[in-house]
Design a protein around this ligand. Sequence first.
Ligand SMILES: [Zn+2]
Length: 119
Amino acid sequence: MDTVPEEQLSQVEVQEEKVRLERELQEAQAEMVEIEKRLEYRGDYSLGEGDPAIHTWELNLALAQRLQEKIDSIHEALRRIEAGSYGICRKCGKRIDRARLEIIPQAQLCIECARERGK
Ligand SMILES: [Zn+2]
C-alpha cells in the first residue's frame, strides 16, 4: 500500500525530479554556450539599424536572458531539493501539487497561496 497520497511527491519522486532537473540544467547550459558564441558577433553598429546582424544579436541577447532565468530557477529548485524543502509551500507548509511542480519546478507556494497572493 502506498501511504503517500496521489497528489504528493514521495522521496523517490523527489530524487527523480532532481535527476530530471539536473539534465535540464545541463541542456540549458549547453544551449547557453551556443548562444554566447553567437553573441560574440555583434554586427556593425556604425551601420545603424540597417545591419541585420544587429537584429539577430538583439534576439540572441533576449534568448540568453530568458535562458539565464531558467538556469537560475533550476538552481533554486535543486537547492530546495538539497534543503529538503522542495515541493513544500513556503507560506502554509503544505505540499505543493504535483501538477504545479511539473509546470513550475521552482514553485515555492502552493496553488492556494499563489492565488491568494495574486489577488
Ligand atoms: Zn500554501
